[in-house]
Design a binder for this molecule. Structure first.
Ligand code: HEC
Ligand code: HEC
Ligand code: HEC
Ligand code: HEC
Length: 184
């Protein structure tokens, strides 16, 4: 009896999950994690991987373990910042994209990667194959976000960030720019 009840609960939850996913902006696009992008985006194509790993974005989850982070959270009546959605939503890809985004079982996504490639370029399961990646139109069709502008940054770099001072797009972009060399 108990088991049947559990199964029907499970099926109901699954339906809600599937319906929810189908209705989301990311329907069918799953998070694969930045290490998947690393496979190709290394030295030959401008080393986007290295530039990102050396940027603060890659450290954004770790930052939430600092004394400063704990103090900010405590002042807001929050607990461990690494557990609080109020902090994670700008410091971690998955939380930023929202609860409807599915983490690919075949991917390498972990929250510890902080603000990863897919936070800006969109969940990668559908565009990461070489055939699609090298065809800009197909990649866009498959959900790759390109031609990003300041608006992509100010979703997080805004005054609801507890440490926000200002955001100068030109200046900040120059600090993390990662062009493909031929296009420079
Ligand atoms: C199988 C290899 C491969 C993987 C995996 C891969 N890429 Fe790419 N990607 C490429 C190649 C090759 C290009 C074309 C580079 C060029 O313009 O010379 C490219 C281009 C791009 C572009 C520019 C697209 C355009 O329209 O010019 C972006 C943005 C990008 N990749 C992001 C990502 C992200 C984010 C991931 C991980 C989710 C990823 N890529 C995974 C190989 C890959
Ligand atoms: C609206 C998005 C957003 C939210 C919500 C957010 N942060 Fe941040 N956080 C940022 C950004 C962006 C930066 C980078 C600093 C900057 O330029 O504003 C940052 C930087 C930090 C830093 C580094 C300090 C510094 O001056 O660079 C700490 C610590 C921090 N955040 C803690 C927290 C804690 C704790 C919470 C939850 C209570 C939180 N953040 C919620 C966006 C956010
Ligand atoms: C903070 C947001 C952000 C993150 C994180 C990020 N990118 Fe980008 N990326 C951009 C922006 C903005 C551009 C330039 C404008 C555009 O083409 O959308 C860009 C451009 C690119 C390009 C095209 C360069 C060109 O010259 O055409 C590639 C390839 C790329 N990113 C790959 C990656 C990979 C791989 C990662 C992770 C290792 C990553 N990006 C992480 C925002 C980001
Ligand atoms: C998902 C949220 C998010 C998005 C989107 C985002 N950032 Fe950030 N950014 C952060 C957080 C969080 C930090 C602070 C990380 C830390 O200190 O650990 C940060 C830090 C930075 C820093 C380092 C700042 C410093 O104090 O040294 C630069 C530069 C930066 N971001 C540029 C950009 C640009 C340019 C874009 C848009 C193309 C962008 N970011 C988009 C969350 C985001």
């Amino acid at each position: 009896m108990k088991r049947k009840l559990f199964i029907s609960f499970f099926m109901a939850a699954l339906c809600v999950f599937i319906l929810g996913a189908a209705g989301s902006a990311f329907a069918g696009h799953e998070l694969v994690g930045s290490p998947k992008c690393k496979t190709c985006h290394k030295a030959k194509t401008g080393d986007q991987w290295k530039i990102w790993t050396e940027s603060k974005h890659a450290n954004a989850f770790e930052t939430l373990a600092s004394e400063e982070a704990k103090k900010i959270a405590a002042e807001k009546g929050l607990g461990d910042p690494q557990q609080e959605d109020a902090c994670l939503k700008c410091h971690v890809t998955g939380a930023f994209l929202g609860s409807e985004v599915v983490v690919s079982a075949k991917g390498k996504y972990v929250p510890g990667e902080g603000v990863g490639c897919e936070a800006c370029h969109g969940p990668g399961s559908t565009y990461k194959s070489k055939k699609i990646m090298t065809d800009p139109a197909a990649a866009k069709e498959a959900g790759l976000l390109r031609d990003l502008s300041e608006a992509a940054c100010t979703k997080c770099h805004n005054d609801s960030s507890p440490t926000f001072k200002d955001f100068d797009f030109e200046k900040r972009w120059a600090e993390i720019a990662h062009p493909v060399p031929e296009k420079e």
